[in-house]
Write a protein that binds this ligand. Structure first.
Ligand SMILES: [Zn+2]
Length: 177
């Protein structure tokens, strides 16, 4: 295994190794930290809107269960500061991706303003990830949400929507000791 090349350009990583730090960086995307204290397994998942549309968090939880024998009831998930429904404004095209992929979910798409000849929408990507975690069997009390929007709090966090190309990146870090 070569840590420098095997894990280059990935959106999620899981380990049961001690003293190995897992880090994801983001500026508005959702980082989710996973921890199973019973099996001593951790994960770090970067879920941008495309990752959320494809359900990367589901894949991570499934891997923890299948490859590390975790029980979903033991897994704790921390949802880091990210863009929230208050600021994640999208066009029809992106809205339709979420609409088609998550038809069974309520309260994830909200109609926004009509701007520049286009209907805008707001998507609650955090709620989509939470719904996936619930449907996999994680306990409500084990999903810990920072409830912080990086755009609304761009004085505290890096935000691509707020700062554009000048934006730095936030780091989400987890390690077993
Ligand atoms: Zn906001």
């Amino acid at each position: 295994m070569d840590l420098a090349t095997d894990f280059f350009d990935v959106d999620g990583i899981i380990t049961s190794k001690k003293n190995l730090t897992l880090l994801t960086t983001s500026a508005d995307c959702i980082s989710m930290l996973l921890f199973d204290p019973i099996k001593s397994v951790i994960g770090n998942v970067h879920s941008g809107w495309r990752g959320t549309a494809k359900g990367i968090i589901k894949e991570a939880i499934k891997k923890m269960v299948v490859e590390y024998e975790c029980n979903v009831k033991d897994i704790i998930c921390c949802i880091c500061p990210s863009i929230r429904k208050c600021c994640f404004e999208v066009d029809e095209e992106v809205k339709n991706i979420f609409y088609n992929n998550y038809k069974e979910m309520d309260n994830i798409i909200f109609k926004g303003k009509f701007k520049e000849n286009k209907q805008k929408y707001y998507i609650d990507t955090v709620q989509i990830n939470k719904n996936m975690l619930y449907s996999l069997g994680l306990k409500k009390e084990n999903i810990i949400d920072s409830n912080l929007c990086t755009v609304c709090n761009c004085n505290m966090f890096h935000s691509y929507r707020a700062d554009k190309e000048k934006s730095g990146r936030n780091a989400a870090i987890i390690s077993l000791i």
